[in-house]
Write a protein of this length. Sequence first.
Length: 242
Amino acid sequence: MKPVYILGIALVATGVAARAQYESDLKGLEIRKPEDKVDYPTVPAPAGAIVLFDGKNLDQWAQTDGKSKPNWRLTPPNAVQVHGGNMITRQKFDGRFKLHVEFRVPYMPKAKGQGRGNSGIYLQGRYEVQVLDSYGLESQTDDCGGIYKVAVPKVNACKAPTVWQAYDIDFKAPVYRDGKKIEPPKITVTHNGQLIHENVSITVDNTVAGLGGDPSKPGPIMLQDHGNPVQYRNIWLVPVKE
């Protein structure tokens, strides 16, 4: 029983630490504008949307084997917190679609670089839009909003850590003909209502830590576990017919 008892204490301690990172008063952080501490308004799923997460359960998600239930933890308010590995949608997507994702990153003032609130949203499991605490920084390809190691966001649209943010992603999968790629994947992203990428061609078949596989095939949405207690809520997708 002793190992179980110790494990229970460890899990409680981890939960307490994560809560503290969201309940922080952001002491020591320079807030550039008052609105940076205000949650971006949540956006309800429109008619016809595929609701991937509404705060109630993780029925639409699995571990990366596509079968096992994810280990992520439901947490108020209607959110889910990164825990125990990446998770992917059970459904795979192709063609063009619009994806809405709301997220927030913890306040980790003692951490640096890629260790501050790191996660990521992978389109078709292959192409990452970075999630990170990049508040107040000069954005690079690996900062929040970056197409990882591919494209720098036009502006740094981040809110302060602990504050809810949103991505609206318009993604068009690569086009193949006779086994050859004739059009690369293209992506437009708004971050908290600001355009940060416009019809950007993704020049690789798989960004770092993506699932890989055949880029001509449909793929899931993947949310990354990078070891930080990032939270997500209100995730939905709208297929676009062309």
